[in-house]
Structure formats: C-alpha cells, structure tokens
Design a protein around this ligand. Structure first.
Ligand code: ADP
Length: 424
C-alpha cells in the first residue's frame, strides 16, 4: 500500500520541487532593494537547500541498485522532508507579513496559500506528509494574520482555518479511497491468479488421467483384436481358448474403471483405500497385461521376484500404475533395440523394505533430460505426455518409498523402486 501512495506522490515530484524553487525566487526578487532582502535571501537559501537535498536523495535512490530497501524507509524520510519544507514556508508569513506593504502582504498570501493548497493536493495520497508540510504553513499564516489583529485579518484567519480543515479532510478521504481501490485491485489479482493456478492443476490432472487410462484401454483393444483373429480360426485349431483374451480385456477395462473411480474419490476427498497386498502379484498382473505387446515386439521378459517379504500396505490401483508406467516406458525404450530383454527382479532392500528393479536393454536415458526425468511434461516421445514418471514418483513417495534410475550395465536403463513392507 505504502508503495502505491508513494508512487501517486512521486509523479508530482519534479513539479513540486520546481514550484518551491520558483516561489522562493519570486519572493527574493520582490524584496530586491529593500532592507528585508538579506533576510529573504537567507530564508530562500534554506528552502533551496532542503529542495536540493530532496533532489539529490531522489537521484541517489534511483541510481542505487538497492531500490527496494530505499523505498521501505522512503515514507519516513519523506515525512521529515515535508516537515522541514513546511516549517521553512511557515517562516515566510511569520518573518515578513506583519511589516510588509499591501502588495507584499498580497504576495505572501498568494505564496502561502498556493504552497498550502498545492502541498495538500500533491501529497494527498499520504495524509501524514500532507499534514507535515501544509500544517506548519497554515499555523504560521494564522499566527501572522492574528498578529496584525484587525477585523479583516481576523476574518481572513477564520477563512484560512475553514479552508485548511476542508483540505486536510479531503486529503484523508482521498487516501482512504486510494487504499480501498488498491485493496480491491490486489484482491482481484489474487483471485485471478488463484483461478489460473486451479486451471493449471486441472490441466495437469486431465493430462495425467489421459495418460493413465490410455494404457489399459490400449491393452483392452489389443485383446479384443486378438479375439477377432481367433474367431477366424476353427475352434479346434485355436492356439489359445477364446475366453483368455476376453478375460484379459475385461481385466484391463476394469483397471480403467478403477482409475476413474479413484480419481473421483480423490476429488471428493475419499482418498485411495489401502489394503495389505502381495507386491509380486501386482507385478505379475502388470506383466500379464503387457503380454500382447511383448508378443508383438518379440520381447523377452524375465521375472525374478525373489524377495521373501513382498507384503505391502497400499492401494492396488496405485501400485499397479507405478509398474505399468515403468514397464510401458521400458517397452518404448526398446522399440529400436535388436536385443529386447525386460528384467523385473525383487529382493529385500533392508529389513523393512523391498527393492524392485525394472531393467531394459533400450536406448538409455537421454543425457539432455537426465536431471529432469521426473519433472512433469518432460518427454522425448512424439506422442508422450511426460506425466508417467512424475505420477509414479508421487505415488512411491506417498508410500514413503523411493525411486531412481541407473544405467543398465548390459545397455539400457534400470529403474529402482524401494517400498516399505509390512511384517509378513
Ligand atoms: P512419457 O512416457 O509420456 O514420455 P514419462 O514421464 O513416463 O512420460 O517419461 C519421461 C521421459 O523419460 C520419456 O519421454 C523418456 O525420454 C524418458 N524415459 C523414461 N523411461 C525410460 C527408459 N526406461 N529408458 C529411457 N528413457 C526413459
């Protein structure tokens, strides 16, 4: 708020400084050839010195690199300068009014009322500074008028008091309006930024959802296609019974349904339900779900699930998602490899956790994105979304586990997941 008040004020700064210099100069010229000239010059010198100090200070502040720090103390300093200048201008009627000619009195009245009214107008956004500057001028002028003491001057003093009071009240109400205006603006900006953030979160969620359900849907499509092919073969010659791919397709569709249900739960804050489950079973079911792709790409899958304790407390859909993402990425990475081997192994990491490795013989992680692999929207694939690994890591971390990757000594990449296990 203080910054807006200062800004409203500082845009008049050059004009105010020029007015102070010129008005003081006008008075000095008016006193030319009079006995008051040395005193007038001395008085003007005080005004010019204060103005020079203010200009110098402003220049230093502008050229200083630490603008923000300067601005913080700016309000108080300005109050001091306003008071100093106000006191200097208050001295004008006090020193010269009583003994001045009629013309001189007129000039002093013009200069004092100009500085008083102009001061409040220009510093209106900061009422304390307006009061510090124009208050002494009003008081000085009042004293000077009352010192003369005749009826006209007393009437002028009354008018001056009323005008000053109206001016000061105007300054306070202007500052209040300015404050309200700025507050309304800040509130509107905060609301706009909050809804922009919500939109961003929504877009991320939509991208994540598209990525997650596209995998089981693609698998279900592959199973249904294989059913179509099997139907063209006479029943007794079919290599596998037709029920098998149908069951697998149904399982994939169920998985997609669970993902959507889980999303609905997370939106309604029901949370993902956790239960005790055997991690090896989940991994095997993911491997099974990838059979069509394995066959199509002639990939050799080795499952070496040797950990003696694979009991975890988790939501099956989330854990499935972790290994679906890792295995899908491994298949993608091996697309152009001659030797395609996917090795999934497990062993105890320590007494309380299990370590699972998903190793492929693919292209390896591109050095350009090595450090940002888990960042959202980081992808090297033409149709990738770059949300699989961020989702995977957030699930693993939710279970107080860890995930990282290392180069595979046989070429390719190994993703390592560590998850806490329950007592078997
Ligand atoms: P997406 O699969 O949509 O690109 P991910 O977050 O799952 O999103 O993966 C991000 C990027 O990480 C991939 O585009 C790929 O470059 C890299 N990556 C992930 N897994 C592997 C892997 N096994 N081998 C090589 N690169 C990988």
């Amino acid at each position: 708020m203080r910054a807006e008040q200062l800004w409203a004020l500082m845009r008049h700064f050059p004009g105010v400084m020029a007015a102070n210099i010129c008005n003081a100069l006008v008075f000095v010229i008016a006193c030319w050839d009079t006995e008051k000239f040395p005193l007038a010059l001395g008085w003007a010198a005080v005004v010019w010195s204060i103005v020079s100090l203010m200009v110098l200070r402003q220049w230093v502040r502008r050229t200083s690199a630490r603008k923000a720090t300067g601005r913080r103390g700016g309000g108080q300093r300005l109050l001091l300068y306003a008071l100093a200048l106000g006191l200097a201008w208050a001295a004008l009627p006090l020193l010269f009014f009583e003994s001045a000619s009629l013309g001189g009195k007129l000039l002093i009245t013009c200069l004092s009322s100009g500085m008083l009214g102009g001061g409040v107008f220009v510093i209106a956004s900061l009422p304390s500074a307006a009061l510090a500057f124009s208050g002494p001028i009003a008081i000085g002028s009042l004293i000077a008028l009352l010192r003369v003491g005749d009826t006209e001057h007393i009437l002028m003093a009354i008018v001056l008091t009323v005008y000053s009071a109206v001016l000061f009240l105007g300054s306070f109400s202007y500052a209040k309006e300015l404050r309200n205006l700025v507050e309304t603006q800040i509130n509107a900006e905060e609301k706009a930024s909050a809804s922009a953030k919500n939109l961003g979160a929504l877009a991320n969620m939509a991208a994540g959802l598209a990525h997650e359900i596209s995998q089981p849907l693609a698998a279900a499509t592959a199973y249904v296609s294989s059913v179509e092919r099997l139907l063209r073969i006479p029943a007794e010659e079919r290599p596998v019974p037709i029920e098998r791919p149908l069951r697998s397709a149904a399982a994939q569709l169920e998985h997609a349904r669970q993902i959507i249900a889980q999303l609905r739960d997370s939106i309604t804050n029901d949370g993902a339900e956790r239960r005790l489950l055997h991690l090896h079973d989940v991994i095997r079911s993911v491997i099974e779900a990838n059979r069509p792709r394995q066959e199509k790409t002639h990939t050799h899958i080795e499952a070496n699930l040797a950990a003696s304790n694979d009991l975890i407390l988790a939501n099956p859909v989330e854990v499935r998602q972790v290994f679906t993402n890792l295995i899908t990425n491994a298949f993608d990475a091996m697309q152009s490899s001659l030797e395609r081997t996917l090795t999934i192994s497990s062993r105890a990491f320590n007494e309380n956790s299990i370590r699972i490795e998903v190793a492929d013989t693919g292209v390896g992680v591109s050095p350009a994105i090595k450090t940002q692999l888990f960042e959202p929207l980081m992808t090297t694939k033409a149709h990738g979304l770059g949300v699989g690994l961020p989702i995977t890591r957030s699930i693993v971390r939710e279970y107080h586990g860890d995930i990282w990757f290392e180069p595979n000594p046989d070429g390719g990449t190994v993703f390592i997941v560590v998850l806490p296990v329950e007592k078997a």
